[in-house]
Design a protein around this ligand. Structure first.
Ligand SMILES: *[C@@H]1O[C@H](CO)[C@@H](O)[C@H](O)[C@H]1NC(C)=O
Ligand SMILES: *[C@@H]1O[C@H](CO)[C@@H](O)[C@H](O)[C@H]1NC(C)=O
Ligand SMILES: *[C@@H]1O[C@H](CO)[C@@H](O)[C@H](O)[C@H]1NC(C)=O
Ligand SMILES: *[C@@H]1O[C@H](CO)[C@@H](O)[C@H](O)[C@H]1NC(C)=O
Ligand SMILES: *[C@@H]1O[C@H](CO)[C@@H](O)[C@H](O)[C@H]1NC(C)=O
Length: 256
């Protein structure tokens, strides 16, 4: 008796639960996501002196009508991105799109901030401000740790000095309860697995150990996409998958 009551209750609730997701999914699909990519040259569009993961992410990883805008600025520090007006542009877009879209702002700096003396506190203060600015405008900030440079030690490990800066970004993310993805750690791991000869095929030019060419942007754009959807499952609904590429990235096999 008790069991049959329970089963019929389950049956009823099953019907209700089964009907709900379709409706919910439709609502989620009808609201696109907009990704605003704030960062330095390791996010920026491929150019003479810069090139990051942003355009690979933007060109290949999103299902329309969701889209991304790449605001990566060559040479930018957190301070120059703010004082030079880029940040105001990004915030204007957050305000414009928050009404009809889910707006994510990825924030990745460190490559240029690390070159400045005594800059740790300024870096963290700027990141805290950026995160607060986005949240105030109903956007979702995501801190991204710096893409690794591709300098190798003789034993095949990555010789990278960005680790502390990745750590500061994570510190701010945790302190402000903000989403973050650890692009630094995952790019170091991937680069160590594929090795230096394969890493050269991702370089903007033969002597460049920092910036990415188009294949490099495609690989690390996909890495960012995968990390984002694992960190924020709702992003999975707007991602255009490439299972082959993701499989290669996460098993450390070179694609190019
Ligand atoms: C992205 O698309 C633009 C426009 O088609 C193209 O010029 C650029 O090379 C592409 N970049 C990447 C990384 O796919
Ligand atoms: C969403 O808002 C933006 C900014 O106002 C506008 O350009 C865009 O057309 C709107 N999108 C939709 C799907 O209404
Ligand atoms: C670094 O900052 C600290 C604290 O603001 C200050 O006391 C110190 O003099 C600075 N050092 C340099 C080299 O600028
Ligand atoms: C590889 O070489 C670097 C630089 O000499 C060293 O710091 C590191 O400990 C080495 N790692 C391994 C696993 O041997
Ligand atoms: C996945 O990415 C690789 C590398 O860019 C590309 O050659 C392939 O066509 C992509 N596959 C799909 C289904 O988009």
């Amino acid at each position: 008796m008790k069991v049959s009551v329970l089963l019929s209750l389950l049956g009823v609730s099953f019907q209700i639960v089964a009907a709900a997701p379709a409706k919910h999914q439709k609502a989620a699909e009808s609201k696109p996501s907009v990704f605003l990519l704030a960062g330095d040259s390791t996010t920026a569009t491929q150019a003479a002196n810069g090139g990051g993961w942003g355009d690979g992410f933007k060109n290949f990883t999103l299902k329309a009508p969701s889209f991304a805008i790449n605001y990566g600025h060559n040479g930018a520090t957190t301070s120059s991105f703010i004082s030079g007006g880029d940040w105001a542009t990004v915030l204007g877009k957050v305000e414009a799109y928050a009404g009809n879209s889910t707006v994510y702002v990825t924030i990745q700096f460190g490559h240029n901030d690390m070159k400045l003396t005594n800059y740790t506190e300024t870096f963290k203060t700027n990141l805290r401000r950026m995160v607060a600015d986005v949240k105030e405008r109903n956007g979702e900030p995501v801190l991204v740790t710096s893409l690794s440079r591709r300098n190798y030690n003789a034993n095949g490990t990555i010789a990278d000095t960005l680790a502390p800066w990745a750590g500061y970004a994570i510190e701010v993310a945790e302190e402000t309860e903000t989403h973050y993805i650890d692009l630094w750690k995952n790019s170091v791991h991937y680069l160590e697995q594929i090795g230096q000869p394969a890493s050269l095929k991702l370089a903007l030019n033969d002597n460049d150990r920092t910036h990415l060419n188009v294949p490099g942007s495609i690989v690390f754009g996909r890495m960012v996409s995968d990390l984002l959807k694992w960190e924020i499952p709702a992003i999975g609904e707007v991602v255009k998958e490439n299972a082959t590429l993701s499989e290669q990235i996460w098993s450390g096999v070179a694609t190019f």
